[in-house]
Design a protein around this ligand. Structure first.
Ligand SMILES: [Zn+2]
Length: 141
């Protein structure tokens, strides 16, 4: 995916706070992650792909943060939303576990489209639950 290469090349390394969160989210190689802060997350250029992304709900005009491969894109107004960022670290960890971005995508999409009722799927659930758990545990401490 071209976007991942772009972020890995132009993004910055994680600060210590984010490194700690990425490690907690299960990322094996948090030092490889690069972050890019943007004004707006762009939909894929290919109109068919853009359409599919919107339909499936992985990427819409309202997407504020997304993690894929070792790339993390954060919309500037989401920079302080720890839960959202942790959520995407979980996706990065899932990507590592799946053995790459392509395998992860396949698993993620299969996971969602195989469901009779269009549910969020277990990969999405894992990310949501984990992010909620560690952010709220932190707040309570
Ligand atoms: Zn997610």
């Amino acid at each position: 995916m071209k976007q991942e290469e772009f972020v890995l090349k132009h993004g910055s390394a994680l600060c210590s706070r984010h490194l700690a969160d990425a490690t907690m989210a299960g990322v094996k190689d948090p030092h490889r992650i690069r972050v890019l802060v943007v004004d707006r997350i762009l939909l894929p250029e290919d109109p068919n792909l853009a359409d599919a992304s919107k339909r499936i709900g992985i990427l819409t005009e309202d997407t504020r943060c997304m993690g894929f491969g070792h790339a993390l894109i954060i919309r500037v107004d989401a920079w302080n939303e720890r839960e959202l960022i942790v959520h995407n670290f979980v996706h990065i960890a899932q990507c590592e576990r799946a053995g790459g971005l392509e395998q992860w995508c396949r698993e993620y999409l299969g996971n969602r489209t195989n469901c009779a009722k269009f549910t969020v799927g277990s990969l999405e659930e894992e990310a949501r639950d984990f992010a909620r758990e560690i952010c709220h545990a932190g707040a309570a401490a």
